[in-house]
Write a protein that binds this ligand. Structure first.
Ligand code: ZN
Length: 650
């Protein structure tokens, strides 16, 4: 920074009496989903189904289950809280969030009005000082049993008061940014101001029981520039690790690990406790670190990320292996029969990895993000858009109970359907990012992006049939000739790396060739942090072709994962495969592969939206494997990802 810059920053800090300058944030910025239009056959139909089926169904369930009624009763201060959990308010917020994102790219007056009518109901339920929590407001003398007799007294454990606030802030930010209207934002700001007045040094101290208020406060800070919100987010994060627990206890509640509260966040170095809470905490830490320059936070989440990706993630990207406490297991504790893998944890994992990329500019975070996205996240919703998995199984065996074998329309605790509803419409916002004159292409989805590079318009068009085909075509259209660095992510899976750690490897690793050409001529390029860097003056119509090898890979797990010893999983491109009952004559749980069993990719236009299946043969038995993300769309039966492997038969 030049001297003038330092002087200006100091002035800003001193004049405003603020803890932090206002001009810091992630140096890499994502290109907004509103600037990226998709036209592919994998994501576009799913996002359209989310718009036409999932979001309306979700609103309908909020009405039919009494979630809306809770707000109406809170406005009247009469009646009895009529759903099960004190966080049921958030399903309305999350669905409004998804609907708002959807409105931003797909104007819909009727939906817009409907959202406004819900916001009116929410506004009336808010108490005069900003408190918004129907489980207490309906009947303050008899609040929900999880809520405690007074505000906030059970926040650390079960009340979810700040969790509700966090989702309110996330949703209101999305609504404001998508519609420009302040009706929802004003409710959120009033609630946030109550939190600022309530919590902080010399005020009430609490480590939020279920994180997300930290991320939400950061979003309000970005919109308003009000430092109180950022300071409070940091305060909440720094409150962790101050309670007394029995640190030797194996019970994650008693040890404090369940809440990520066993030690201060800067001393945490493992992904622990409730997986969704963990993802939201680490995402909040990344945000606050980006905004404040807190290097200790970054050092901590770097270590936690290494631990999760090195020891605590399933091959299909699922996290949170243990059902009791919906939590991370011990290192390498990744059982298949009882895998939990909450859909919300996958959504949170995408949020966190995107932030890690924005902090560090390394493609390994997108490698994980892509694995989660194409496998263990999108498996959470059926192709019909109105059936959902709360947990994402690794294995279904006839007669063995313990895994969720079919999707449901809704759940009593319905966090997962509404998390998908809110996430999917903004998916295209994860594809591109920029820093100065670097343009990052992270995901490969057919469609068009518009961005400004050094104040000049640049359009990038992607043509491909990803994830089924490794041929990627890009057309670069700057308004006028312009030089910048195009950084195209070369996925780890295309470079013999099953995951950016030694948790999974390819059994049949071989030298795979990635080739890049410019306007039909082979191009020399350098690699930097996992990106092919193409530095030149770009002209309208410049064409780049990237060829990624799409061999079928056998994946093996680190031998420390006991459940996977002697087994292989099948992967092609980013897609992890499974065998399902419907396609195989033999019992899926009886399938054993020989070392020399090979699989051939075959595109099946009639299956689902058109997918590539893998065809193989073992002992005269024909096998067909389908993409894991599409399992359980054709009824209930056996499913398996990891296959025992026996010696070759010649
Ligand atoms: Zn969930």
């Amino acid at each position: 920074m030049n001297k003038k810059g330092i002087a200006l920053t100091l002035v800003a800090v001193v004049c405003a009496g603020l803890t932090y300058g206002q001009n810091k944030d992630y140096t890499i910025k994502p290109v907004s989903f509103t600037k990226v239009k998709l036209d592919d056959s994998f994501w576009s139909p799913r996002i359209e189904t989310n718009r036409t089926v999932t979001i309306p169904a979700s609103f309908a369930r909020c009405e039919s289950t009494g979630r809306v009624k809770n707000f109406e009763m809170a406005a009247q201060k009469s009646g009895k809280f009529c759903t099960k959990f004190p966080f049921d308010d958030t399903d309305i917020y999350k669905t409004i969030e998804g609907a708002s994102f959807s409105l931003a790219v797909h104007p819909d007056k009727k939906l817009d009005h409907y959202i406004d009518s819900l916001i009116d109901i929410v506004a009336k339920a808010q108490e005069p000082d900003g408190y918004l929590y129907t489980a207490r407001t309906i009947d303050p003398a008899h609040p929900h049993s999880w809520s405690g007799p007074e505000r906030w007294v059970k926040e650390h454990e079960l009340s979810h008061e700040l969790y509700n606030s966090g989702h309110l802030f996330e949703a209101a930010s999305a609504h404001y940014q998508s519609t420009g209207k302040r009706n929802f934002l004003n409710i959120a700001l009033k609630n946030a101001d109550l939190l600022v007045a309530t919590f902080g040094p010399n005020k009430l101290h609490v480590a939020p029981g279920h994180e997300i208020v930290e991320m939400g406060l950061v979003k309000l800070y970005r919109i308003t520039g009000k430092n109180d919100y950022l300071n409070l987010a940091k305060f909440f994060i720094d409150e962790r690790g101050k309670r007394t627990y029995d640190k030797t206890s194996k019970d994650s509640w008693k040890s404090g690990k369940y809440f990520q509260d066993n030690e201060p966040v800067t001393e945490q170095d493992e992904a622990e406790g409730h997986a969704v809470r963990a993802m939201y905490l680490y995402s909040g830490m990344a945000d606050v670190a980006a905004l404040t320059g807190d290097k200790q936070y970054i050092a901590a989440i770097d270590k936690i990320w290494e631990n999760m990706v090195g020891k605590k993630i399933y091959v299909q990207g699922g996290i949170g292996a243990v059902g009791s406490g919906e939590r991370f297991g011990e290192n390498y504790q990744l059982p298949n029969a009882t895998a939990y893998n909450e859909t919300c944890a996958a959504v949170g994992d995408v949020y966190w990895n995107q932030r890690m990329f924005l902090l560090h500019g390394d493609s390994k975070y997108i490698d994980v993000l892509e694995k989660v996205l194409y496998n263990g996240l999108i498996s959470g919703v059926g192709l019909n858009g109105n059936s959902f998995f709360y947990t994402n199984a690794m294995q279904i065996t006839d007669g063995v109970k313990g895994a969720e074998a079919t999707r449901s329309g809704w759940f009593e605790c319905s966090c997962c359907p509404t998390n998908l509803a809110r996430f999917l419409p903004s998916l295209s916002g994860y594809m591109y990012a920029q820093k100065d004159d670097d343009v990052f292409i992270n995901l490969f989805i057919k469609g068009t992006a518009d961005m400004m590079v050094k104040n000049k318009a640049v359009k990038i068009n992607q043509q491909n049939n990803y994830p089924w085909d490794g041929l990627l075509a890009f057309t670069i259209d700057p308004a006028t000739a312009q030089s910048f660095n195009l950084k195209i992510r070369i996925p780890g899976w295309a470079q013999n790396q099953a995951i950016p750690s030694d948790l999974y490897s390819y059994e049949n690793a071989n030298a795979q060739n990635v080739t890049i050409s410019l306007n039909g001529k082979p191009l020399q390029y350098t690699m930097q942090n996992g990106y092919a860097v193409l530095n030149r003056t770009w002209h309208k119509g410049d064409k780049i072709a990237v060829s990624l090898p799409m061999d079928v890979k056998k994946v093996t797990a680190n031998p420390s994962v006991k459940d996977d010893i002697g087994k292989v999983a099948l992967q092609r491109g980013p897609i992890v495969y499974c065998a399902e009952w419907k396609d195989n004559d033999t019992k899926v749980s009886a399938i054993a592969l020989q070392q020399n069993t090979t699989f051939k990719p075959v595109f099946d236009n009639n299956m689902f939206n058109g997918v590539t299946v893998l065809k193989g043969e073992v002992a005269n038995q024909k096998l067909t494997l389908i993409p894991y993300c599409d399992w359980a769309n054709r009824g209930k039966g056996e499913m398996q990802i990891w296959f025992p492997q026996t010696a070759s038969v010649n």
